[in-house]
Design a binder for this molecule. Sequence first.
Ligand code: ADP
Ligand code: MG
Length: 319
Amino acid sequence: MPSEFDLIRRFFSRPASSALLGVGDDAALIQPAAGTVLAVSTDMLLEGRHFHAGAEPRSLGHKALAVNLSDMAAMGARPRWATLALALPQADETWLAAFSEGLYALAQRFGVDLIGGDTTRGPLAIAVTVIGELPAGRALLRSGARPEDDIWVSGELGGAALALAQLEGRVALAAEDAADAAKRLHAPEPRVVLGERLRELASSAIDVSDGFAGDLQHVLERSAVGARVRYASLPRAAAFAALADARLEAECVLSGGDDYELLFTAAPARRTELEALAAELGVGLARVGSIRAGAPLLELLDAAGRAMPPAHGFDHFRT
Ligand code: ADP
Ligand code: MG
């Protein structure tokens, strides 16, 4: 039976070249670049709550970091360092090797170093903390949306929720659509590069982790503004067209969690630059509505311009 220290050495001790000191001492040492501030964020994944028992460990390693990188993107920060707190029911080396592989593969793509953590025995739980850098005073806050700003969404919405609906047997997807949706749920691609570029262009941002309507609501409340959104203009997974299930589609697109796209606002004067950025990065950017003066309410319009019923974001404490 390997000791805790053997496990850390074998699976979580790759060199951390961007840290003054990485794994192995009582704390890691990092040095932010001159003129930058640090952005810090933690997200936890629990078995039975955020993933099913028996979930594929490589995907879990990817996703545990991806959800945190998405928070960095939503702040306009460049992710630099991460720590990992892991509770494991047993020291399963095959599981650990795959988990570590998934986490490091994503970390490497974005130049993030794993610099520490904690490992303990217990029900499977994964908490990652990411530390990012950004120029002082330039963070993309939820509070920056202003009346007349456009509302934009990257990529597409609803795919992760659609994969969940398929897992729960609520929908039967064609093989290709099922694979696309599963990728959205298990291997989300955090919009890190886009987030950094939006620092110069957007007035506010949030990542869509709990559903479009709920996450937009956070922006509206923090910015003390309202919004008008055209439902038909929300970008969505292609699979919905074939499904022809308007109710499930609206549920996934408006309230589905786990998409990790960026939802942001920008002045109309930025449209041309944002369209050029979308082309440069090869990421879809859809203009879906606008910010309005007034109470923090989302006015959702259907294709005929009629008001649609309010939708709710995912709430972990809702029964
Ligand atoms: P301490 O007793 O000081 O908490 P630990 O024995 O928990 O130290 O950890 C030893 C070293 O290994 C520390 O540098 C810690 O940051 C690192 N570490 C522990 N678990 C992990 C992990 N899952 N991933 C990365 N680093 C880890
Ligand atoms: Mg410890």
